[in-house]
Design a protein. Structure first.
Length: 92
């Protein structure tokens, strides 16, 4: 693939990423308006034609690794392992 072809692909990719970000922002705005309506009605579940909308509270327990590391630093190090990954980036 030539440099010109790569450059054209990058430009096309950036166009699609911009379009996807705009679509995601619009979807989030619509979602927020539905949540606002549910708050105003003071409901966690709402029927809308063929749809049932649920906006419920969920409690989950997460391990606080920062606090554990402060209290049990050596034990934390003993159970840490290096993980390799690849990062894709493009800059101008």
């Amino acid at each position: 693939m030539s440099i010109n072809e790569l450059e054209a692909r990058i430009a096309k990719m950036q166009e699609w990423e911009t379009l996807a970000a705009e679509a995601a922002a619009e979807a989030n705005a619509i979602k927020d308006s539905i949540k606002t309506e549910m708050q105003e009605r003071n409901v966690e579940e709402l029927a809308a034609g063929k749809y049932i909308i649920r906006w419920t509270s969920v409690i989950s327990n997460r391990f606080d690794s920062s606090a554990f590391k402060k209290v049990h630093g050596e034990l934390y190090k003993a159970f840490c392992k290096a993980v390799e990954s690849r990062r894709f980036s493009i800059s101008e």
